[in-house]
Write a protein that binds this ligand. Structure first.
Ligand code: SF4
Length: 300
């Protein structure tokens, strides 16, 4: 049997995942954004975005087998809009097909390149979640070296919202001592909600051996403090080092409180904190509009 490119989403075996049943579709393998905290590198290694082989024909084939009422999340283990997408337009081609088939699509990205495809997004059942972890462009350059700056991402939120594309923001991950300044987090929520974000997801950083190594190499002065709270006081959950629950709550509370105050939906990701959620879905799939009815017959 050939490998499917539209696959049931597997939240890396975490029973703390509260995502609704959905598919994942990664047009690229690897990710050129090279975020220090990336979780996917533990599974697929750290390498630049490479187009999946036979992607378009595989997508067409897989569409015959999937449940089209379930959202397709692009993407969960690589960014669908790495710098390479500017030239290759692979994600754009996939979107055209999915939209033509009436699929429900949730785009998760750190890139403002997504705004290039507004002409397609506005015709389909598509919502976009933009990840923004800090307002500090210099800090972002260290922790997400090849991704567009936070200010460019906020502009993307604004542009999508002004064109009627439902958009939310992931403030994920919040890393202790790195991007956890309470005032900054509150301001970030304010800025993205002002720009048009309707849903906020947040999450604490979970340490894996490889992403932890990258973090302490970039921030050697934090090594002892981070080791203490993750490896001495924290707990191991499905292969990830979690902070103590009280520390995680303290870390995420400013984001949740601000979202609540501003009247947008909010949730956390893989935290097991139901009191920090008022949204029908954690991942933002409740934002997906119903513009096109899924085709019953495969026309492609
Ligand atoms: S954008 Fe996502 S997949 Fe890509 S390197 Fe960053 S965290 Fe990993």
């Amino acid at each position: 049997m050939s490998t499917r490119v539209i696959r049931p989403f597997d939240p890396w075996r975490s029973d703390l995942c509260t995502c609704p049943p959905k598919y994942t579709l990664n047009p690229y393998t690897g990710c050129s954004h090279m975020c220090l905290y990336c979780y996917a590198t533990a599974y697929i290694g750290r390498r630049p975005s490479t187009p999946k082989r036979d992607l378009i024909s595989s997508v067409r084939k897989d569409l015959r087998h999937i449940d089209r009422t379930r959202p397709i999340n692009m993407s969960t283990s690589s960014d669908p809009y790495p710098p390479e997408e500017q030239e290759l337009k692979l994600t754009r081609e996939v979107l055209k097909i999915l939209v033509a088939h009436g699929c429900r699509i949730l785009i998760t990205t750190k890139s403002n390149i997504v705004t290039r495809d507004i002409d397609i997004l506005m015709r389909g059942n598509v919502a976009v979640m933009i990840t923004i972890t800090t307002l500090d462009d210099n800090l972002a350059k260290i922790i997400e070296p090849n991704a567009p700056s936070p200010s460019q991402r906020i502009e993307a939120v604004q542009k999508l919202a002004s064109e009627g594309i439902p958009v939310g923001v992931r403030i994920d991950p919040v890393i202790p001592y790195v991007n956890d300044d309470e005032r900054m987090l509150r301001q970030l929520v304010n800025e993205v909600v002002n720009a048009g974000a309707r849903h906020i997801v947040t999450s604490s950083y979970k340490a894996r051996p490889d992403n932890f190594r990258r973090l302490i190499t970039a921030f050697p002065e934090l090594e002892n403090k981070l080791r203490k709270i993750y490896y001495e006081e924290g707990e191991l959950v499905h292969g990830y080092r979690y902070l103590r629950p009280d520390l995680r709550k303290n870390l995420l509370r400013p984001v949740v409180d601000e979202a609540k105050r501003l009247g947008v939906t909010y949730a956390t990701c893989r935290e097991g904190l139901p009191e920090f959620r008022n949204a029908p879905s954690c991942d933002g799939s409740h934002l997906i509009p119903s513009r096109v009815i899924a085709r019953v017959l495969d026309l492609f």
